[in-house]
Design a binder for this molecule. Structure first.
Ligand code: V47
Ligand code: SF4
Length: 377
């Protein structure tokens, strides 16, 4: 781990007394309050935030930048819910642009990775009214029979809430069944913005903030780790972002079950919120930096490159980010359909390594739980 310097330029420059006090707190490795987080959003300029976030990142993760070898399975884009930002889902009654993979097609997809050193499969999709808890439990069992070595990260809290409700089981019972059939962890999707008023505006019919948090808390209790996301850059305020992160930070204090925090930028192509302009790259970087500073109990901050684009993902490594997800292998459509730069998201391992080395960091291939598989220094 490199020796840490506390850049005096941040403390000496012409910044407000309040910002200076926050910087001093961060350099003293103290937690900042939600009020201080809000001040960073309101007054912190990019260079200032980047310097502080870089300090926190380096302290937590040295020069390591993590990625993994994974692929996605999106079983269907049919969804019973109607999130206004979603470019991907279709209602059952719609005829155009729907897909619904059969179990055989999913199994074939898994088999196509035979002999390839993939360590994770990420399974998420629309909430299909006919694909229930036992369908997915048995599917995971079959996947594990073919690839016992693979980590199954599956189902957002939104999918899980619906599955458990339909199967008339508690979250604990539902998650236990999935775990027994081979599910290892939960991805971070479905969190969006926890604030109840914003949630009503952008995704009023799916699981509530409290249900999302309860499902993750239950998973952690059962020994299933998870990730957390925030969907930012639409109608929410800075205060809503801080409130969202604060609810996650509080739960993490209790369970320590989250691995990674993933800020997801709202993309505005072909959805019901297309009238809202996307935020700038500067705002993306400020948001990564404040996330890194505020989420002091989250070990990792991820820039999901298929959504943000490989160039911004690379720059984000100087603004608190230490993880850039995986090789993906062109196996997700969620962001392509929402207007992301990456139209066929796939990077070879070598390309990911180069991307990280170009900014003088050490590429580390990890498994889902951040165990080191290969050090490419
Ligand atoms: O919850 C949907 C987001 C999420 C749009 O845990 C959009 O490792 C931007 O959570 N613009 C699902 N975002 C994806 C997800 C995820 C992705 C990568 C890794 C992990 C992980 C989790 O996608 C949804 C929603 O927040 N989303 N539409 C859009 N137009
Ligand atoms: Fe359905 Fe997920 Fe899209 Fe919402 S974001 S409409 S839950 S697929």
């Amino acid at each position: 781990m490199p020796t840490q310097t506390k850049p005096s330029v941040v403390l000496d420059s012409a910044i407000s007394k309040e910002l200076k006090q926050i910087a001093e707190k961060i350099y003293a490795d103290k937690r900042i309050t939600p009020e201080e987080g809000l001040l960073l959003y309101e007054q912190g300029e990019l260079g200032f935030l980047g310097t502080l976030a870089n300090y926190v990142r380096e302290k937590k993760n040295g020069d390591y930048v993590y990625f993994n070898r994974n692929f996605h399975i999106e079983p269907t884009n049919i969804c019973v819910f109607d999130c206004k930002f979603c470019s991907y889902s279709r209602l059952l009654k719609q005829k155009d642009g729907i897909w619904e993979l059969s179990e055989d097609e999913i199994i074939e997809k898994v088999k196509s990775y035979d002999g390839k050193p993939i360590t994770e499969v990420h399974i998420v999709g629309g909430v299909h009214p006919k694909m229930g808890l036992m369908y997915f439990a048995n599917l995971i069992k079959k996947i594990k029979e073919i690839r016992p070595d693979i980590h199954v990260k599956a189902f957002t809290a939104v999918e899980l809430e619906y599955m458990c409700r339909k199967a008339k089981v508690s979250y604990e019972e539902g998650l236990k069944i999935l775990k027994e059939h081979g599910q290892d962890s939960l991805p971070g999707g479905g969190a969006e913005i926890f604030d109840e008023i914003v949630r009503k505006q952008i995704c009023e019919d799916k699981c509530t903030a409290n249900e999302w948090l309860e499902i993750h808390e239950t998973a952690h209790k059962l020994g299933m780790p998870s990730n957390a996301t925030i969907l930012y850059g639409h109608v929410e305020t800075f205060a809503n972002r801080i409130d969202h992160m604060n609810r996650l930070r509080t739960l993490q204090d209790k369970t320590n079950g989250f691995n990674t925090f993933i800020p997801l930028k709202f993309r505005n192509k072909e959805n019901q919120m297309s009238n809202i302009a996307e935020v700038s790259v500067i705002e993306d970087l400020r948001n990564y930096a404040i996330s890194r500073i505020f989420m002091d109990n989250f070990p990792h901050i991820k820039a999901y490159w298929p959504m943000i684009g490989r160039n911004t993902a690379q720059i984000s490594l100087s603004f608190g980010v230490n993880d850039i997800d995986g090789t993906i292998d062109d196996s997700t459509k969620i962001y392509t359909m929402a207007g992301a730069e990456e139209q066929n998201p796939a990077l070879t391992t070598q390309e990911l390594i180069e991307l990280i080395k170009q900014v003088n960091r050490i590429p580390i291939e990890r498994d889902t739980l951040y165990n080191v598989i290969n050090n490419f220094s």
